[in-house]
Ligand binder design. Structure first.
Ligand SMILES: [Zn+2]
Ligand SMILES: [Zn+2]
Length: 393
């Protein structure tokens, strides 16, 4: 059997957020192994202190990947591009991947930025200028617009985004390797919009804390090294790119329109963009934004790579027992499962219900079955508030 690579490119080190102390290489490794992710982005590779830490911990494999114990790392960073275009202020997040430390260092030197200031550096260049520069430094640097639909920093988001990928990247549009759907969208929803249909969708967790690693991921098989991974993604190679793991878009923090302070949300396409309680402007959610840009074609026929929706195993167990996620019972069952099947994704995706039944009580088996068949009730998230997915087991 060909080796399966479960890839999560977009995460952040412990330098991104003070509360994420466990996001050092060993911490990321420990959680990733239990989740079932075996290729991880380092995140924050442009941040000097993290750069220093990872140089000492991960070993180059010679094929653009780095080894740490049983898993691989890829050098990645997220940048915040701030520029003006078409009469509007823009703020766009990009995930970058690098084949080696040399290209990380060359890009840092080429940019006039104080990299000590932020683990997600702000760069005052247009998307075209930035990509052009990065590709001149090393054409193997990959450019992946992050969480493309989120209102604040998505390339197609409602606040500072564009109406199409081409408007943003101009003559460098073809340099984009793939687009990250983000937590509030999935490939089906995303392909409602005509101008993204030529791109491959990938998924990653954007994790700031270990428990979030792999909540979304990109699954390939039989890929050998860095270039093989990204060529397979860019070309949507069906032989190698097996599927993506998605959260239910409704669970994302920006799915519906809403105003957090007033606990107000709405899902539906109307032109009223103001909070009926306080009168302030609503934060327009991903669903609304996608419908604005949609050409109303049935998007399912444009899907290039299959995808599945998942919940974390702890959530599934907690729902099965009707207890909170932090309950002792949940931890006990979780550990039992991981001991038997090595990791979470084996349990949720790759193992038959009959095998699972030999380890777990029937209520958990039923909850996993409900998840696989997507028998769920959805309460959409809005304006920074997570949505809820309730299994109907
Ligand atoms: Zn971001
Ligand atoms: Zn309000």
């Amino acid at each position: 059997m060909q080796k399966i690579s479960v890839i999560d490119l977009h995460l952040h080190s412990h330098f991104s957020i003070p509360s994420s102390k466990q996001m050092d290489i060993e911490g990321i490794y420990n959680f990733a192994v239990r989740k079932g992710v075996n290729v991880l982005g380092t995140g924050d590779a442009l941040f000097p202190k993290w750069h220093k830490e990872i140089v000492n911990e991960i070993e180059p494999c010679g094929n653009g990947l780095f080894a740490y114990k049983t898993i691989n790392f890829i050098l990645t960073a997220e940048v915040n591009l701030v520029f003006e275009s078409r009469g509007k202020d823009r703020g766009i997040h990009l995930v970058l991947t690098f084949p080696d430390f040399c290209s990380v260092d060359a890009l840092s030197r080429a940019l006039n930025v104080d990299f000590d200031k932020s683990a997600r550096p702000t760069i005052y260049l247009t998307a075209y200028q930035f990509v052009n520069l990065a590709k001149k430094i090393n054409p193997r640097i990959n450019i992946i617009p992050a969480h493309i639909w989120t209102p604040w920093f998505g390339v197609l988001g409602s606040r500072h985004g564009f109406d199409s990928i081409e408007e943003c990247f101009e003559e460098e549009t073809l340099s984009v390797t793939g687009l990250e759907t983000g937590l509030s969208s999935d490939p089906l929803l995303s392909y409602s919009v005509e101008n993204v249909r030529s791109f491959t969708m990938i998924s990653s967790s954007d994790a700031h804390s270990p428990s979030r690693i792999g909540r979304e991921a990109t699954v390939l098989k039989g890929v050998e090294g860095y270039d093989d991974i990204f060529n397979s993604i860019k070309n949507a190679d069906k032989e190698k790119f097996v599927f993506t793991i998605e959260e239910f878009p409704e669970q994302g923090k920006y799915f519906a329109d809403g105003h957090k302070k007033c606990h107000y949300s709405k899902l539906g396409f109307t032109n009223n963009e103001f909070c009926p309680i306080c009168g302030k402007k609503l934060t327009i959610g991903v669903w609304h934004r996608i419908m604005q840009l949609s050409d109303a074609e049935n998007p399912s026929r444009f899907i290039k790579i299959p995808f599945i929706h998942l919940l974390p195993l702890r959530d599934v167990i907690a729902q099965a027992f009707k207890v909170g996620k932090l309950a002792k019972k949940v931890e006990t069952e979780y550990n039992k499962g991981v001991e038997a099947f090595y990791n979470e994704l084996n349990i949720l995706v790759f193992t038959s219900l009959n095998e699972i039944r030999s380890v777990f009580p029937e209520n958990i088996v039923k909850a996993i079955d409900a998840l696989r068949k997507e028998r769920v009730k959805k309460v959409p998230g809005y304006d920074g508030v997570y949505g809820k997915i309730i299994l109907e087991a």
